[in-house]
Design a protein around this ligand. Structure first.
Ligand SMILES: [Fe+2]
Length: 412
């Protein structure tokens, strides 16, 4: 961008540009010698010669400063996709055990924090962030471990497991779109504490199994603001956490609560939490409903594009988790069943799987197969997702450490 300035404003480092001769002839007091002003002495010489004005080229504004949240996300993603293609991913089997310990620690800490709030104690950002450290580290090393654990870890209470799962899924997505380590921590803490406001609502309403009355639902709709009020009193809580917690039920089309915000008026963290919240709620067992399979849940969320979520962002969310997220039970073209170990970001239909059951659902020696490698997979394809609960199959042992897991083949 070119701007005309007074020579009084001229300073070393500025680039003077020469416009057409017509302009110069009309403005004899205009300094037109093109080039970078070297030093103050040059500025003084220009002024001494009686020039009054000059055209200079303004340095481009820092690119991110001009971008909306949406554009910033787009930009991050373009560079991110390139980065992900080159980024080495730590092997799943080498990282799952560390991830499992990190997950268990984060679950325990979440329980402690929520219990503390119920007892009237204050939340502390630092200890919340520290509780998530290992989960974030695992998400960076191999996000599949965290996606898998968020589906396979069970805890005694939906409140605690949901809180940590939302944090984990949000962090996985945040890592996918290229957020910094510090931003991942802030986002993770927001996920961990997103429903804290429910502690201010009577258990009778929170645990009610039947349909809520209108006034009960109105009370539930206040939990983002209750959460905000609790967190305002917390030490060193970043404003981005407060905002994300307040906005996690806002919707893209403005039909959410508590404020009916829409599109870019909802913060990026608020929008990410909203997707992670819905995904975990759909894929979790509750007293009143069975879990929906991950691929079906993602299809439902895609159907909510332009209403609950930005179409672009929910597509990215699906791309991030993969069509067959890690931890899914799948039926194969041979009739056998397998569990998805590692997603394949380049070829989402061809993840690494472990074949574990024959067509009659009888266990067979587990074998790791990379569907993307023709020699290994030959014509092997995934036909559909299957519901482990329906067949009473416990997938967790297949993701345990070497000492604990059943004898397996092809793990190294
Ligand atoms: Fe909520």
């Amino acid at each position: 961008m070119i701007k005309k300035i007074s020579v009084d404003e001229l300073a070393p480092g500025m680039e003077v540009v020469q416009l057409s001769a017509d302009v110069w002839q009309q403005l004899p007091y205009l300094y037109t010698k093109p080039g970078i002003i070297k030093d103050e002495a040059e500025v003084r010489r220009i002024r001494a010669k009686g020039f009054l004005q000059a055209f200079i080229r303004l340095a481009p504004a820092p690119e991110n400063a001009r971008l909306s949240d949406e554009e910033r996300l787009e930009k991050l993603l373009r560079t991110r996709e390139e980065h992900l293609k080159r980024k080495p991913r730590a092997p799943f089997v080498k990282t799952i055990e560390k991830a499992r310990k990190a997950y268990a620690k984060a679950l325990d800490q979440t329980k402690r924090i929520i219990t503390d709030v119920k007892m009237g104690r204050q939340v502390d950002y630092r200890s919340s962030a520290e509780a998530l450290d290992g989960v974030i580290e695992s998400a960076i090393q191999n996000a599949d471990t965290i996606v898998c654990l968020s589906k396979l870890s069970r805890y005694d209470s939906y409140t605690y497991s949901h809180s940590i799962n939302v944090a984990a899924i949000a962090v996985v997505f945040g890592e996918y779109v290229g957020l910094s380590r510090e931003e991942l921590t802030t986002l993770g803490v927001a996920g961990m504490l997103h429903d804290l406001g429910k502690t201010a609502i009577s258990n009778r309403i929170i645990n009610k199994r039947g349909r809520l009355t209108r006034s009960e639902f109105e009370e539930i709709k206040k939990h983002p603001v209750y959460g905000l009020n609790i967190l305002k009193k917390a030490r060193e809580m970043p404003p981005a956490v407060l905002r994300a917690v307040e906005e996690h039920h806002e919707k893209f089309n403005g039909s959410g609560y508590p404020h009916g915000l829409s599109k870019d008026d909802i913060s990026v963290f608020g929008r990410i939490l909203s997707m992670a919240d819905v995904y975990d709620a759909l894929t979790s067992d509750r007293s009143y409903k069975n879990a929906i399979l991950p691929n079906k849940a993602l299809a439902i969320m895609y159907g909510m594009r332009d209403q609950d979520f930005s179409a672009r962002e929910v597509q990215l969310f699906i791309k991030c988790l993969g069509i067959f997220p890690s931890g899914s039970l799948v039926r194969l073209s041979t009739g056998n069943y397998g569990v998805v170990f590692e997603s394949n970001p380049e070829k989402p239909l061809l993840p690494k799987i472990k074949v574990i059951l024959d067509e009659d659902l009888s266990p067979i020696p587990a074998k790791l197969v990379d569907l993307a490698v023709p020699d290994n997979g030959s014509a092997l394809k995934i036909v559909d997702c299957a519901d482990p609960a329906q067949y009473q199959i416990n997938l967790r042992p297949y993701f345990h450490s070497r000492e604990e897991r059943p004898p397996l083949e092809g793990m190294d």
